[in-house]
Design a protein around this ligand. Sequence first.
Ligand SMILES: Cc1cc2nc3c(=O)[nH]c(=O)nc-3n(C[C@H](O)[C@H](O)[C@H](O)COP(=O)(O)O)c2cc1C
Length: 189
Amino acid sequence: MTDPTRPRVLYVLACGSPVARDVGRLVEHALRDGWEVCVVATPDGTKFVDVPALVRQTGHPVRSTYKNPGEPDVLPGADAMIVAPATVNTINKWAAGIADTLVLGLLVEGQGKGLPIVAMPFTNAAMAAHPAFRQNLARLREWDVTVLFGDHVMPLHAPGTGDRHLDRFPWRMALDALRARVSVGGQVS
Ligand SMILES: Cc1cc2nc3c(=O)[nH]c(=O)nc-3n(C[C@H](O)[C@H](O)[C@H](O)COP(=O)(O)O)c2cc1C
């Protein structure tokens, strides 16, 4: 049974994009909203995130690989997930049900458990033009994932210019979208 006195747990899942270096901003908003926050990064995501700062901010280890058989879980179970930045790679693999990173395993399993999940991709116009990516975003939406993508979220940038657009990634929007589906300490809609 859920303990109503314990804060609900948000997993922030960060993929391999330069905007992942600012994922602490999302953590800050989420902590302020009353979530207990755990950050999990993909192996490529760890090249961008500031692990010691996130450990200090969340009070939890930043995991990026599956535990070894028999090892205990080090994170509390998730009540909701935000994958931001979501890469083209992770979106496409997730939609195919591939679970070869811990982030993907959490997404595939979380979706199966019916957890509220928000996905906010960051990528350039060329990568975003691949038809599989567009199709997979549509499939995820059909499967009740909240996908934040398009000019109303953030206009696409030219290849090689991502570093110039990091400040425009709307971290707060991901939490507002999650809030529309679940109230902290309340019920999932
Ligand atoms: C410097 C650099 C920046 C990148 N930026 C992005 C990005 O913004 N969006 C994206 O979809 N992929 C980006 N990529 C490619 C991903 O990192 C690559 O597809 C990787 O396999 C993603 O792994 P992940 O989905 O497990 O995090 C970038 C790669 C590099 C080396």
